[in-house]
Design a protein around this ligand. Structure first.
Ligand code: P53
Length: 474
């Protein structure tokens, strides 16, 4: 009983949400840099407001973020103090290829990540590297329209080649694209796509998705060629859809919602377009244009494992029904009357994690990896300056308990768990700093005032014990 002895406990971050230093080390500008905070953010990340450079009217939280660029040694040391076995992080594409189409990589960018990997190695922490966590170079957006263009496959693979060869001795766990299904909900943030008036958005999104799926399969092939020990996973935003009622129309709508998300994993893990996607996309006239050989590529290079983020379940009612909508997430969802909600209106549903793990494992029978799970909350230091984040401990405890039940009682094969995020960082959805997830507090406030000091919250000591006991003491 219990989790496997080599269970990979750790935490997850993304380059654009923690590094900052966007004009240092020869780095180029990326889509994630020009997503502003404030009320225009949603229009920008969903591709409905064109923003390809920074202007004076907006604030851009990724520009400085939590300055991990200069604090990474200290931060990784704190991860090590909690006993991390794995650190999930991502590469800022434009540190390696500032424009995206260069032949030669930027040595300074490579050195930066090499330093990170060396620091991890010093503490025996395995890196789990997301090759693209929403990153797309601005130059490639201007020149090719981001992942609309098939040319992106080559640029992406060139990045992969550099990473796989250069970091062969440091990294064996890779993820090709973060939350690949996010392309349907936030196509600018997910894939560098913005829309012109009158365009068929669905067609563009599925064409771009096809390019990413082919790129992902080719990356799997390349990773295995460069180093047979490499393990490559897909990554999607999970969270099962519940029917709002047992009315068949609600059940049907929930099924369709799940299929919309599973579509990506179906292709990446099983190696072919599932029949429901084929039929529906064809019927709508948005089935992507494929090149000869694409289907074989997909079929021959499925991923080794499946990773996902889980924040909450979704609750789905048939169109036309009048339920209250849940707030605050990019995924459409009715408000589940049986659940409590976070300060950002996200449902809290630990059993939903067990349900989701079971559904994914039933469907694919491949090892799973939970690579994001956590609670975004406002943390207020008490009179002694301490953060007593019992709400976060409760959230994580209940989710880890549900995860253990899925492994111990349901037989799900689970490689590891990385919380989002071990250190406070910028929110992807809202661009806020005050939406904190960390075990480590970063003194940077919403108004920009900051010392950037790092300190341990109560949850820091709690998580350390969880790891020490391999999840037995919660
Ligand atoms: P935040 C929603 C919106 C944007 C990104 O989200 C999301 C989600 C949740 O599915 O996905 C992941 O920061 C993402 C992370 C992100 C995390 O959720 O809006 O992979 O980059 O920070 C949490 O609270």
């Amino acid at each position: 009983m219990g989790l496997r002895k080599d269970f990979l406990w750790g935490g997850a971050t993304a380059a654009n949400q923690c590094e900052g230093g966007i004009s240092e080390g020869g780095r180029g500008l990326a889509n994630v840099d020009v997503c502003p905070s404030g009320s225009d953010r949603n229009a920008v990340i969903t591709g409905h407001m064109k923003m390809l450079k920074m202007d004076d009217a907006h604030t851009y939280p990724a520009a400085e973020a939590i300055d991990f660029y200069h604090h990474f040694k200290e931060d990784i040391r704190l991860f090590a103090e909690m006993g991390f076995k794995v650190y999930r992080m991502s590469i800022a594409w434009t540190r390696i290829f500032p424009r995206g189409d260069e032949e030669e990589p930027n040595e300074e960018g490579l050195k930066f990540y090499e330093e990170i990997f060396k620091t991890c190695r010093k503490y025996k922490i395995q890196p789990l590297v997301t090759i693209s966590h929403f990153d797309c170079p601005i130059y490639l957006i201007q020149k090719y329209g981001g992942w609309r263009s098939r040319k992106m496959i080559d640029f992406y693979l060139h990045l992969c080649e550099v990473l796989f060869t250069r970091f062969k001795e440091y990294v064996t766990y890779w993820l090709t694209f973060n939350e690949i299904n996010m392309i349907l909900h936030a196509p600018f943030m997910g894939a560098g796509i913005y829309f012109e008036e009158g365009e068929n958005e669905e067609q563009i999104k599925y064409q771009a998705a096809h390019h990413e799926l082919v790129a992902s399969a080719l990356a799997v092939r390349m990773a295995h060629e460069v180093n047979p020990v490499n393990q490559v996973g897909c990554m999607f935003a999970a969270g099962s859809a519940y029917p709002y009622t047992c009315r068949p129309e609600d059940v049907w709508e929930a099924l369709i919602t799940d299929q919309e998300n599973y579509f990506f994993v179906d292709v990446q893990a099983r190696g072919y377009y599932p029949s429901y996607a084929r039929k529906r996309l064809e019927k709508k006239g948005v089935f992507p244009k494929m090149e000869p050989g694409d289907e074989e590529i997909l079929r021959r290079h499925p991923v080794d494992f499946i990773s996902f983020s889980y924040y909450n379940s979704r609750c789905i009612a048939a169109p036309g029904s009048k339920q209250e909508e849940a707030e605050g997430n990019l995924f459409r969802s009715a408000k589940n009357p049986y659940l409590e909600f976070s300060e950002w209106g996200w449902p809290i549903d630990p059993l939903g994690l067990r349900i989701t793990l079971n559904q994914i494992y039933d469907r694919y029978q491949k090892p799973l990896f939970i690579v994001e799970n956590g609670l975004g909350a406002v943390d207020i230091p008490d009179e002694n300056g301490e953060i007593i984040d019992d709400y976060r401990i409760t959230y994580l405890k209940e989710h880890i308990r549900a995860m253990k039940a899925a492994v111990e009682e349901d037989g799900v094969d689970l490689i590891g768990y990385t919380s989002w995020a071990p250190i406070d960082l910028i929110s992807a959805g809202s661009g806020e700093m005050r939406k904190r997830y960390g075990f480590i507090y970063v003194d940077k406030q919403e108004d920009g005032s900051r010392t950037m000091n790092r300190s341990r919250k109560k949850s820091f000591y709690w998580y350390k014990r969880v790891i020490e006991s391999n999840g037995e003491i919660l």
